[in-house]
Design a protein around this ligand. Structure first.
Ligand SMILES: C[S@@+](CC[C@H](N)C(=O)[O-])C[C@H]1O[C@@H](n2cnc3c(N)ncnc32)[C@H](O)[C@@H]1O
Length: 156
């Protein structure tokens, strides 16, 4: 696969992408599966390539933009709508996310941009920021309860 400028290493069903087939993006996810949700809609997780954000097969400084939106739920039924859509954190989630941050910054170009998305319904974003030495530059809160954080980092 040709090297793209943008990486989404845990794209899920690409809900936040305007163009879900954007050729400038490498879409990865550890899952490749399809589900019928309880309302009859189909949920497709079909990445361009299988990818584990804890250990990525890319050279250092490869991407100008990385968007990191890992699972944020520790408690959700494995067959629940939320669990299927967003995935579920494992018991050693701190270690997984620490490795994910480290890998995202490794493959990010010098002065490239990393966007991190986190919903803090179950785990505060402050807990997440302890898992990387990098500091976000600025951010934005969204959602009905203002609990979805979008944070911007720059690689160095
Ligand atoms: C919050 S969802 C992403 C939602 C996506 N941004 C969207 O717009 O639909 C998190 C995704 O991370 C994936 N994931 C979990 N562990 C992973 C890992 N180690 N490597 C890559 N993907 C992983 C899950 O399968 C899930 O699809």
């Amino acid at each position: 696969m040709e090297q793209t400028k943008i990486l989404d290493p845990c794209c899920g069903s690409k809900m936040f992408w305007f163009d879900k087939n954007n050729k400038n993006v490498t879409f990865g996810d550890i899952r490749n599966e399809e589900h019928t949700l309880c309302d009859g809609r189909t949920l497709e997780i079909k990445p361009d390539m299988p990818l584990d954000f804890r250990d990525m097969p890319f050279a250092d400084n490869s991407f100008k933009l990385v968007v990191f939106d890992p699972p944020h739920l520790i408690k959700a039924g494995t067959r629940s709508w939320l669990g299927l859509k967003y995935g579920i954190l494992q018991n050693d989630w701190q270690d997984d996310i620490r490795k994910g941050f480290s890998e995202c910054f490794r493959v990010l170009a010098k002065d490239g941009v990393l966007i991190f998305k986190w919903n803090e319904t179950q785990i505060k974003v402050s807990e997440l920021l302890k898992l990387t030495e990098q500091q976000p530059l600025f951010g934005h809160k969204s959602g009905k309860r203002m609990d979805t954080h979008w944070l911007t980092f720059m690689g160095n």
